[in-house]
Design a protein around this ligand. Structure first.
Ligand code: MGD
Ligand code: MGD
Ligand code: SF4
Ligand code: MO
Length: 743
C-alpha cells in the first residue's frame, strides 16, 4: 500500500495528510502522524478531497476568449506570447500602475504567488490585493501601530482561551483544533470563553459564552476592557516595563458606563465582569479574533479592543499567551513606524495596509474614467467575482477591463470573464507549500511533493513556470549564465554570486524569484524546481533568527545554516520544524522604534469615547444576515462540486424558530431573503442557536458546477459601501436583510 504524504488545502491549518490512490482517484485520505503540527489530526473535510482533485470543471488547456464570449483552446506559446504582449501594451499606453494583481495564494498554495511579483515588478505594477484585505487588514493596522507586529495565541498552553467572532470547531485555525478545544473545556483549571451571538459548536463547549446582539461587540469589548481598568485588574508593573500610553487608555476606559454597555449589547453585566476577572486571574490567556468581528461594524476598533484585553493583562510574549511568530515568509508587511507610513489607492484614496488595496474599493478603482484607474488585471488562485462584496458590480468591473488574465485549476466565476485562462496543475500534481506559518513556540514549514501527474492529454503549467515564461516574453530576465556557472562550483559560490548580482543589477533584483527558479531550480532534487524561491526565504529566516533555527535542530552558522534549512525542507516530506522560540524572545520582536508596546491609538480611543448607544435596525431590513458562515462542508470556493457535501448540498438559511413562526416559515421550506443589494430564494433551517433577528447563510456556495448553480452566492447580497472606515474591510457578517415567506 502506497500512502503519499501531502497536506490538506482546505483551511490555513494545512494539516498533514496521506493519500492512497486508485488510478487517478483519491481512494483514501488519512491524517499524517509524522506531520509536526497536526500529528495525524484532520477534520472531516479532506477525506473527500477527490472532489477537488477530480472536479468536473477542471481546466485542461490554455483558453482564449472569442469576441462572442466563448473560449477557444490555444497552445502555451500563443497564450504566453499574447498575454505578455497585451500587458506590455497596457503598460506602454497607461503605465505599469494601471495593472492590478489579485490573489497569489489560497488556503493551501503560496509557492506560485512567490514568483508572481517578478512579472508584476517587471511590468511596473504597483497595486495589488487579496482576501486578507477583506478580513485581516484592520487587525494588521492595529498590530502595526501597537506592536509593529501581529500576534497569535498559544492555545495549547494557555489557561484561558478567548475566541472572539470565531467558531474554531468548524473553521479551525489553530493546530489540532478540536482536541485542543476539548482539552481546554475538560480541564477544570482552564477556561474557554467564546464571544459570539450564535450558540456555535465552540460556544457549546465553552465555560463562558458571551452572546452579544450581532454587531455590538464594540460595546461588549469596551465594557470588558473597562472592567479591567475600573476593577484594577491590569498588569501595572509589566506594563510599566514594556508599554507606553497606559494613561491615555485608562483615562478613556475609566469613564465607560459598564452596566449601560452590557445592556446595550444584551450580555448580563455579571457575565461581563466575571469574564474580565477570569481573564485577569489567569497565568496565560490566548486570544483569537476572526470574521465575526473583523467583518462587522467597528471592525478595526474591535481588533484594537481585543489587543487591549490581552495587553492590559500582560498576556504577551510568554508561553500560553499571544506571541509575535517567526514567519517563514513575510506575508504581512508593517510600515507605520517606517519612512513610508501611509499609501493610498489611486482612485478611491483608500488606505493600503500591508501592501493591499481594500477589496471593497477594487470595483470603484476600475469603473471610473479617472486617468489612474486599473485597466488590466492578473488574477491567480482567487475567485473575486464570487468572493468580493457585490458580485454584480465586481463582474461589471472585471468586464470593463482592457485585459483580464486568470490562473486557476477550475473554470470559476472569475475565469469565465477572462480574456485568457491559464490552467495550472492541482495542488496534488505539483510542488506546493503554504506560508501560513504563524505558530509559536515551534513553527513549521511543509514543502509538499506531487502525489500524482497531471491528467493524460492535459496541457498545464505550474505557476512558477507561467511567471518565468511571462518574464522572459517581455525580455525581463537577464543572462543567467554567470549564476549557473557559480552554481556548478557549489551553493556557497552560488549564494555569493547571486547576492552580488542582485545588488549590482536592478533587472536581476526585479525578477529575483524567477532568476532563482531558472538558475537554481533545475539543480534541485526530484524535479523540485518550484522550491527555488524558498532558498532565499530559508536564508532570510536563518539570518534573522539563527538561534531559533538552530533550536529547531538545524545545524550550522551563516550561509551554511540557511542552506541546511533549505535542504531539510527539500527532503522532509511531512514538514519540518524551522524555528523554536524561547520565552522572552517574543518581546524582542516588538517592532516599534523604542521596542515598547504602544497602547494608545488616538483615533480609536476617540471612537470609544464617541460610542454612545447601540443603534437600532432599519425597519425596512429588520434582520441581520451573516453572509458566509463556516460550516462542516464549506471551504471558500476551493471545492466546487456540491456532491462533496454529504448533507444540505445547497446550503440553508439558518433562522430562529420564533422568527420563523412570526413570518410563517417552515423548517426545510422556502423563503425570500432580500438585502439592499439583492434578493435570493433560500431553504430555511430552524435552529435556536441563532438569536431572534439574526439569520445566517453558508460560505462558498452559489457556484456554477457542470452547468448548474447550487445554493446562494453570498455576495449577490452584499454592498461595497458597508465597510470599515480605517481598513475598508467589508461587513459581510452584518448585512441588513428582510425575510419573507414564499409559496
Ligand atoms: N469549514 C470551513 N472552515 C474554514 C473556511 C471555510 O470556508 N469552511 N474558511 C477559512 C477562512 S478563509 C477563514 S478566514 C476562517 C474564518 O473562520 P471564522 O471567522 O470562525 O468563520 P465564520 O463562520 O465566518 O464567522 C465566525 C463566527 O462569527 C460569528 N458572528 C457573526 N456576527 C457576529 C458578531 O456581530 N459578533 C461576533 N462576536 N461574532 C459574530 C458567527 O456566528 C460565526 O460563528 O475559516 C477558515 N476555515
Ligand atoms: N460574503 C462573504 N464573502 C467572503 C467571505 C465571507 O465570509 N462572506 N469570506 C472571505 C474570506 S475570509 C476569504 S479568505 C475569501 C476567499 O475567496 P478567494 O480568495 O477568492 O479564494 P477561494 O474561494 O479560496 O478560491 C481559491 C481559488 O483557487 C483555485 N485553486 C485551487 N488550487 C489552485 C492551484 O493550485 N493553483 C491556482 N492557480 N488556483 C487554484 C480554486 O479553484 C479557486 O478558484 O472569501 C471572502 N469572501
Ligand atoms: S480543513 Fe483545515 S482543519 Fe480540516 S483537515 Fe484540512 S487543514 Fe486540517
Ligand atoms: Mo479567509
Amino acid at each position: 500500500m502506497d500512502w503519499k504524504p501531502t497536506a490538506c488545502v482546505l483551511c490555513a491549518c494545512n494539516c498533514g495528510i496521506e493519500i492512497r490512490l486508485d488510478g487517478r482517484r483519491f481512494d483514501r485520505v488519512r491524517g499524517d502522524k509524522a506531520h509536526p503540527s497536526s500529528q495525524g489530526y484532520t477534520c472531516e473535510k479532506p477525506l473527500r478531497l477527490d472532489h477537488y482533485q477530480n472536479g468536473a470543471d477542471r481546466l485542461t488547456h490554455p483558453l482564449r476568449r472569442r469576441p462572442d464570449g466563448t473560449f477557444e483552446r490555444v497552445d502555451w506559446d500563443t497564450a504566453i506570447g499574447e498575454v505578455a504582449e497585451r500587458f506590455a501594451a497596457v503598460r506602454d499606453a497607461h503605465g505599469g500602475e494601471s495593472i492590478f494583481y489579485y490573489g497569489g495564494g489560497g488556503q493551501g498554495n503560496h509557492l506560485g504567488g512567490s514568483y508572481a511579483g517578478s512579472f508584476m515588478r517587471a511590468l511596473g505594477a504597483r497595486y495589488r490585493s487579496n482576501a486578507l484585505a477583506q478580513e485581516k487588514t484592520g487587525q494588521f493596522w492595529v498590530g502595526d501601530r501597537m506592536l509593529g507586529n501581529v500576534t497569535f495565541g498559544d492555545f495549547e498552553r494557555c489557561e484561558v482561551a478567548l475566541f472572539i467572532g470565531k467558531n474554531p470547531w468548524q473553521s479551525h485555525g489553530i493546530p489540532r483544533t478540536r482536541p485542543t478545544l476539548r482539552e481546554i473545556a475538560r480541564d477544570p483549571d482552564r477556561c474557554l470563553i467564546v464571544i459570539d451571538p450564535r450558540r456555535t459548536e465552540t460556544a457549546e463547549l465553552a465555560d463562558i459564552h458571551l452572546r452579544p446582539r450581532p454587531g455590538t461587540d464594540a460595546w461588549l469589548l469596551t465594557a470588558l476592557a473597562a472592567v479591567l481598568v475600573q476593577e484594577d485588574l491590569i498588569a501595572t508593573e509589566w506594563l510599566a516595563r514594556h508599554a507606553v500610553g497606559l494613561d491615555e487608555v485608562t483615562t478613556v476606559l475609566s469613564k465607560v458606563p459598564v452596566a449601560e454597555y452590557a445592556a446595550g449589547c444584551g450580555v448580563p453585566e455579571g457575565l461581563v465582569r466575571g469574564a474580565a476577572r477570569r481573564i485577569a486571574s489567569a497565568r496565560g490567556v490566548a486570544v483569537h479574533e476572526d470574521l465575526g468581528v473583523q467583518m462587522s461594524p467597528h471592525s478595526t476598533l474591535n481588533s484594537y479592543l481585543d489587543n487591549l484585553i490581552y495587553l492590559l493583562t500582560g498576556n504577551f510574549g510568554r508561553p500560553g499567551t499571544n506571541n509575535p511568530p517567526i514567519p517563514f515568509a513575510p506575508m504581512i508587511t508593517f510600515s507605520h513606524w517606517g519612512p513610508r507610513r501611509d499609501r493610498f489607492s489611486p482612485v478611491a484614496g483608500a488606505r493600503i495596509i500591508s501592501g493591499l488595496v481594500p477589496c471593497n474599493v477594487i470595483a470603484e478603482e476600475i469603473l471610473t474614467d479617472h486617468p489612474a484607474r486599473y485597466r488590466a488585471m492578473f488574477v491567480e488562485t482567487a475567485n473575486p467575482a464570487h468572493s468580493l462584496a457585490d458580485s454584480a458590480r465586481m463582474r461589471e468591473a472585471l468586464e470593463a477591463l482592457d485585459l483580464l488574465v486568470v490562473v486557476d485549476v477550475a473554470m470559476t466565476e472569475t475565469a469565465r470573464l477572462a480574456d485568457y485562462v491559464l490552467p495550472a496543475p492541482t495542488q496534488f500534481e505539483k510542488w506546493e507549500a503554504t506560508f501560513f506559518n504563524f505558530e509559536t513556540p515551534a513553527n513549521y514549514f511543509h514543502l509538499r511533493a506531487p502525489v500524482l501527474d497531471p491528467p493524460p492529454g492535459s496541457d498545464l503549467l505550474p505557476e512558477p513556470e507561467i511567471h518565468s515564461r511571462l518574464c522572459e516574453a517581455i525580455g525581463a530576465v537577464p543572462d543567467l549564465t554567470p549564476l549557473r556557472e557559480a552554481l556548478s562550483r557549489g551553493r556557497a559560490a552560488f549564494a555569493e554570486a547571486f547576492l552580488a548580482a542582485a545588488a549590482a543589477d536592478p533587472a536581476l533584483a526585479t525578477v529575483a524569484p524567477v532568476a532563482l527558479y531558472r538558475a537554481l531550480g533545475p539543480s534541485l532534487p526530484d524535479g523540485a524546481a518550484a522550491a527555488a524561491s524558498l532558498w532565499a526565504l530559508a536564508h532570510k529566516v536563518a539570518f534573522a533568527h539563527p538561534q531559533a533555527v538552530r533550536r529547531a535542530g538545524i545545524p550550522g552558522e551563516g550561509l551554511e545554516l540557511g542552506d541546511n534549512l533549505f535542504d531539510a525542507i527539500l527532503s522532509g516530506r511531512s514538514g519540518v520544524v524551522f524555528a523554536v522560540d524561547e520565552p522572552g524572545d517574543a518581546l524582542a520582536r516588538v517592532g516599534t522604534p523604542d521596542g515598547r508596546i504602544h497602547l494608545e491609538i488616538p483615533e480609536l480611543l476617540e471612537e470609544i469615547s464617541r460610542l454612545g448607544g447601540v443603534p437600532g435596525p432599519d425597519p425596512a431590513f429588520p434582520f441581520v444576515l451573516s453572509a458566509g458562515e463556516r460550516r462542516a462542508f464549506t471551504a471558500n470556493t476551493i471545492v466546487r462540486d456540491p456532491a462533496w457535501r454529504r448533507r444540505n448540498g445547497a446550503g440553508v438559511l439558518r433562522v430562529n424558530p420564533g422568527d420563523a413562526a412570526a413570518l410563517g416559515l417552515a423548517d426545510g421550506g422556502p423563503a425570500r431573503l432580500t438585502t439592499r443589494r439583492g434578493s435570493a430564494e433560500v431553504t430555511v433551517e430552524l435552529t435556536d442557536s441563532l438569536q431572534p433577528g439574526h439569520v445566517s447563510l453558508p460560505n462558498g456556495l452559489g457556484l456554477q458546477y457542470a452547468g448548474t448553480v447550487t445554493g446562494v452566492a453570498p455576495n449577490e447580497l452584499t454592498s461595497v459601501e458597508d465597510r470599515d472606515p480605517y481598513a475598508g474591510t467589508p461587513w459581510h457578517k452584518h448585512v441588513p436583510a428582510r425575510v419573507e415567506a414564499l409559496g
